[in-house]
Design a protein around this ligand. Structure first.
Ligand SMILES: *Cc1c(COP(=O)(O)O)cnc(C)c1O
Length: 387
């Protein structure tokens, strides 16, 4: 049986064209980009080309791009780097209640070291209210970080509006755009952001490489100490192959993104409509319109996300859940709790995310099989019996 991958928000396969572009840099063009000989200069040129391409894709200038090992490092660098650079000015950071762990964990770390963090509440659709940002800003606020789109429920935040407020107050504004770069338009000037994180493996590039956009003039403490790569902002020998792959992946998305988003949004809307029609007592998580073109997230009452996942997996379908029984904790996702779902409903959530190689037939197959899986599980569920 052909497997069906509907978990593109977790990671995407590398595009074959990306792999082709990377290949020469593993072997004949293997030089250290910091070396002054031919081998080094050849690798350096490839990195600078990737930087220019990515910068132009984001509406930034090449000097504002720092290559990193991925979204997690970019987020850690942004939050801790700005916090420690601005320590003399203040110790207050504003973020949202639904950030990725790569933002919330650095924030919790900073809380242990004298910083104060405000976690903005979101409404039932997962949206941050820009007015709340305005209200929470104090003269000690040194950073605001709100994600562009949420990885679980796909909600797209009013980043440009928040950025207008932070700019007026002269406070650096970071956004985690790991779910949006390569999928919907991302322009650092239109979004009014000062820092922006992205990761190649979420848009058909290789794993383990990403970038942080840092607007010229933004004060940030270095995170890696060592060599003077990336103008001293990020030590360690460049991941040439990864950076070349990231650049190629960004170039491909730039060409294909509009059409892909349209195709995926159509399938997404069909899924949302049919799941609601075919299955009783479901709840769409995340704003119905302000959402990623490839994200479908439902809570399905009376059953566990994990058992749905396992059953779908046996039928060859890969999806994801916000129920954290898969991890070591029994807590459901903080995102689903933040939009106000009770624990038992948050545990029954299911996420499908579409991508470049999703076929209409695959969605048709899923929509045929899903109601059957759910009926079977509900028939076994003591919660369903009791209702
Ligand atoms: C995947 C993801 C990250 C982490 O990126 P890595 O490159 O895997 O470290 C951060 N934020 C969001 C929103 C993500 O979806």
């Amino acid at each position: 049986m052909e497997k069906i991958y509907l978990d593109y928000a977790a990671t995407t396969p590398c595009d074959p064209e990306v792999l082709e572009a990377m290949k020469p840099y593993f072997f004949e063009k293997f030089g250290n980009p910091s070396s002054i000989h031919y081998f080094g200069q050849e690798a350096k040129k490839a990195i600078e080309d990737a930087r220019e391409g990515l910068a132009s894709f984001l509406g930034a200038s090449p000097a504002e791009i720092v290559f990193t090992s991925g979204g997690t490092e970019s987020n850690n660098f942004a939050v801790k780097g700005v916090a420690y650079a601005q320590e003399a000015k203040g110790n207050h950071i504003i973020t949202s209640a639904i950030e990725h762990h790569a933002i919330t964990e650095p924030c919790k770390f900073l809380e242990k070291h004298g910083f104060k963090i405000t976690y903005l509440r979101v409404d039932k659709d997962g949206l941050v209210n820009p007015e709340d940002v305005k209200k929470e800003i104090t003269d000690k606020t040194i950073l605001v970080s709100v994600m562009h789109a949420n990885n679980e429920i796909g909600v797209i935040q009013p980043i440009a509006e928040i950025g207008k407020i932070t700019r007026e107050k002269g406070i650096p504004f970071h956004t985690d755009a790991v779910q949006t770069v390569g999928h919907i338009p991302v322009n650092v000037n239109e979004l009014n952001v000062d820092l922006l994180s992205l990761s190649a493996h979420k848009f058909y590039g290789p794993k383990g490489v990403g970038a942080l956009y840092i607007r010229k003039g933004t004060r940030i403490e270095r995170f890696f100490h060592g060599g003077d790569q990336e103008k001293g902002r990020r030590a360690s020998t460049h991941n040439t192959t990864g950076i070349v792959g990231l650049g190629k992946a960004a170039g491909l998305c730039r060409r294909k993104m509009t059409e892909e988003a349209k195709f995926q949004a159509n399938l997404r809307d069909r899924m949302i409509k049919e799941i609601q029609e075919k299955i009783s007592e479901t709840h769409l998580n995340g704003h119905p319109l302000k959402r990623l073109p490839n994200n479908v997230n439902f809570s399905i009452k009376y059953i566990e996300g994990e058992s749905m996942l396992l059953n779908l997996d046996m039928l060859g379908i890969a999806a994801s859940t916000g129920s954290a029984c898969t991890s070591s904790s029994l807590e459901p996702s903080h995102v689903l709790l933040a939009i106000g779902l009770p624990h038992e409903i948050a545990h029954g959530s299911l996420r499908f995310t579409l991508g470049r190689w999703t076929k209409e037939e695959e969605v048709t197959y899923l929509l045929d099989i899903l109601p059957k899986v759910i009926n079977k599980l509900r028939a076994m569920s003591p919660l369903y019996e009791k209702k």
